[in-house]
Ligand binder design. Structure first.
Ligand SMILES: NC(=O)c1ccc[n+]([C@@H]2O[C@H](COP(=O)([O-])OP(=O)(O)OC[C@H]3O[C@@H](n4cnc5c(N)ncnc54)[C@H](OP(=O)(O)O)[C@@H]3O)[C@@H](O)[C@H]2O)c1
Length: 331
């Protein structure tokens, strides 16, 4: 079976990565339609040696499309996903628009692949920080139930899109040249600085990114009782998020069994060299499919606690790769 595929948001950071991942994994594409805003009409993007024109997203863009990848923001997904489903496409949505909809499966293929079969036209890709967190914890969760997670994120510019990556480069250049720089995309100076995640803060003091990590973890694990305590921070890294994680477990497996579980789990790469002080770094996670995990140790403060550090390329496993892996498993 070869598919007629559409990418909504093809010119964006996730859209560009989708093109690369589809090509690298030799996804069975029969035809490819690239969609974006009218600003991009006339642009051409390369796929398998061909330059494909970018079209303006319209309600009738989906005739004959089998699989539509959406990565153009929640508002576009809310407005146009129903058009794609109506036209008969299966939608894999990278935005947050449908993630918590009870009828929409929220899927990380290595964690809850069984949810894919329950779709009614739309499958949601989880938030990138949630994907990296749950990939980093999956080997542990296969050994014993996880009761509580305390996680602090160190999130890269790429998580806020292509323009934020450009802003980090421009702001750094201006800083080094001693020139003033007015942020355009992110709310605070980004060069040589870090700040609390730039999503809206609710009455409970949690920002949207943190709330996504709490709610999406419960949904993906199908475990309403799991406690998640997140703190999300934007750091001046171009690409690949990092997370410091403490997991409180039901039982305490031997450390050797934990290491073995990580070595055996596809999708995670163990980077844990204590003698050389070499642990996961965003620069080494960039462009990689695997989530890097290391600094694995029993937590000093929590009974049955395990602490670890993870880095993952959120444009790949946190977005494009996860979406394509879902498409590869469609019934
Ligand atoms: N970046 C990440 O790590 C990440 C991870 C997971 C999920 N996501 C989600 O994926 C989506 C895209 O993120 P991104 O980082 O790729 O953003 P981005 O780099 O800013 O790209 C946004 C894309 O959406 C298109 N778009 C914007 N307004 C549009 C409109 N009115 N009609 C049609 N297309 C429109 C843009 O087209 P133009 O070029 O024509 O403006 C561009 O292709 C968001 O929902 C985001 O939350 C992002």
């Amino acid at each position: 079976m070869r598919y007629h595929v559409a990418i909504v948001g093809a010119t964006g950071a996730v859209g560009q990565e989708l093109l690369r991942v589809l090509e690298e994994r030799d996804f069975p594409v029969r035809s490819l339609r690239l969609l974006a805003s009218e600003r991009s009409a006339g642009k051409r993007l390369a796929f398998r040696g061909e330059m494909i024109p970018v079209e303006t997203l319209q309600p009738d863009s989906f005739a004959g499309v089998d699989i539509a990848f959406f990565s153009a923001g929640g508002a576009r997904s809310k407005a146009f996903v129903p058009c794609a489903v109506q036209a008969g496409a299966v939608v894999i949505d990278n935005s947050s628009a449908f993630r918590m909809d009870p009828e929409t499966p929220l899927v990380i293929p290595e964690v809850n692949p069984e949810a894919i079969a329950q779709h009614r036209g739309v499958i949601a890709n989880p938030n990138c920080s949630t994907i990296i967190l749950l990939m980093a914890l999956e080997p542990l969760r296969r050994l014993t139930r996880i009761r509580r997670i305390i996680v602090s994120t160190y999130q890269a510019a790429s998580g806020a899109g292509a323009q934020a990556m450009q802003e980090l480069l421009d702001a750094t250049r201006a800083y080094l040249q001693g020139e003033p720089f007015e942020p355009r995309v992110l709310p605070h100076p980004y060069a040589f600085n870090l700040f609390s995640h730039d999503s809206a803060v609710g009455e409970d003091g949690y920002n949207e990114e943190e709330r996504k990590m709490i709610l999406e973890t419960r949904k993906i694990w199908n475990d309403e009782a799991v406690a998640v305590s997140p703190t999300c921070v934007r750091v001046p890294v171009l690409r690949a998020h990092s997370e410091s994680i403490v997991a409180e477990l039901e039982t305490r497996p031997p450390l050797e069994a934990i290491y073995e579980a990580y070595r055996a789990f596809e999708g995670v790469s163990l980077v844990d060299d204590r003698t050389r002080n070499h642990f996961p770094m965003p620069i080494e996670a960039t462009g990689r499919d695997a989530v890097l995990v290391g600094r694995i140790r029993y937590d000093a403060g929590v009974p049955n606690g395990v602490a670890l550090f993870a880095c993952g390329d959120q444009l790949r496993k946190g977005a494009a790769l996860n979406a394509v892996q879902i498409a590869e498993r469609l019934p």
